[in-house]
Design a binder for this molecule. Structure first.
Ligand code: SAM
Length: 234
């Protein structure tokens, strides 16, 4: 992968950035995503935020090599602290991290969010935590994607602040309101795998001298729930 040929995962994230956006890519690492967007003239302003000096040096070197230092601004900062008041950011991408870290970055940097930003989030794991944060902070989920690449399944969630509180059911928070409606083959595959994992956990727990029956029952009801959700396609 490079900025010309993004991975399917990053390409899907980048497809959500609208032309003319003023972007902040937080946790940018190599900066392939903002470089790609600048090279294809989707954006002409981007903040490239990185908390670690090594990745920031990589990002700066890639941006310099592509003569984009006037467009992309690499900054060493923790999370949304990379955003400065005059940046007028209206799109934020946070990709390739766990849902807990993404949520922490959003929560810790709340005061930098003015409410007009489209959030484009790609948690590697822990998607329900991200959806719960969005609901608690009055963000409406605009779209969701699920895709498989190199044996991994990824979800991409985009959201925007709304005037009224948003309510998602427990089921929608766990599975994703759009993904749940669509029930694509990759979605079914993801949750089939999860059921298999949980079944193995139960098998192991049953080997214990005194099996924790309450915990086993809780895991079994989670399996039943998943089975109920995906059974149409089974
Ligand atoms: N966003 C790129 C992608 O999706 O391919 C890179 C993902 S990389 C696995 C995660 C990057 O996030 C690392 O370079 C790490 O240093 C950075 N990171 C982790 N916590 C961060 C934080 N609080 N603020 C900014 N960057 C962070």
């Amino acid at each position: 992968m490079n900025s010309t040929h993004l991975s399917k995962r990053l390409q899907t994230v980048s497809d959500h950035v609208e032309p003319g956006s003023r972007l902040a890519d937080i946790g940018s690492d190599h900066a392939y995503l903002p470089i790609h967007l600048a090279q294809t003239h989707v954006i002409d302003f981007g903040v490239v935020g990185e908390v670690a000096t090594g990745p920031l040096a990589n990002a700066t070197s890639e941006i310099t090599k592509d003569h984009l230092l006037g467009v992309l601004h690499p900054r060493l900062a923790d999370g949304l602290a990379a955003i400065e008041p005059g940046d007028d950011i209206n799109a934020i991408t946070i990709a390739g991290m766990g849902g807990n870290l993404i949520t922490h970055i959003l929560e810790a940097g709340k005061e930098r969010l003015v409410g007009k930003e489209k959030l484009i989030l790609q948690p590697n794991v822990g998607e329900p935590v991200v959806r719960s944060w969005l609901m608690a902070n009055q963000y409406r989920i605009l779209a969701e994607q699920i895709l498989k690449e190199d044996g991994h399944i990824y979800e991409i969630i985009t959201a925007k602040k709304t005037a009224k509180p948003v309510k998602y059911s427990e089921l929608a928070l766990k599975f994703g309101p759009f993904l749940l409606k669509e029930k694509s083959p990759v979605f079914v595959e993801k949750w089939r795998e999860e059921m298999g994992l949980l079944a193995r956990v139960i098998k192991n727990m049953e080997q214990a001298t005194i099996p924790d029956t309450a915990k086993i029952a809780a895991i079994q009801s989670e399996i039943n729930l998943i089975n109920e959700v995906i059974k149409v396609e089974s």
